[in-house]
Design a protein. Structure first.
Length: 149
């Protein structure tokens, strides 16, 4: 597990919410509430409320593709510009069900030293993942973190 460094806290925290269908948003309210609670987790980890950006416009949209998910595009752009210290999601699979999109996010996070935070922990792609021949391998990485990829 990674440690949050002062330079991470100097940048914004992005909290990304997504559920695959409008029906899931309506019927699985506990999941939605747990995702919104990630704002509180970001603040508990040291970010000021003014630094926490909530991205919830992708609720009810499938993660199989990035097409039509404006908040995911906003997240990727902000991470790529080095504006984000950490991205938060209830589960890493909330970011994307597409391996290509997921690996793009991992690569950009690694390049910009952006942490990934889910319900199991805090991950630094530069520490937790070893990229070799396009494959991420490291037996110490939490299996839940990479399970759906």
């Amino acid at each position: 597990m990674s440690t949050i460094q002062p330079h991470h806290l100097q940048r914004q925290a992005y909290v990304y919410l997504r559920q695959s269908t409008p029906s899931q948003v309506d019927t699985h309210r506990e999941s939605t509430e747990r995702q919104y609670a990630l704002v509180d987790r970001a603040m508990a980890l040291g970010w000021d409320h003014s630094q926490v950006q909530l991205l919830d416009h992708d609720l009810g949209k499938s993660g199989t593709t990035a097409q039509g998910r404006d908040d995911f595009h906003q997240l990727m752009a902000a991470v790529g510009l080095g504006e984000v210290g950490a991205v938060f999601a209830l589960e890493a699979s909330r970011f994307s069900r597409s391996q290509a999109d997921w690996h793009k996010l991992l690569d950009i996070c690694a390049l910009t030293d952006t942490l990934i935070v889910d319900h199991d922990g805090i991950y630094n792609p530069n520490e937790a993942l070893h990229q070799k021949s396009g494959q991420y391998t490291d037996p110490s990485v939490n299996k839940t973190f990479l399970a759906s990829f």
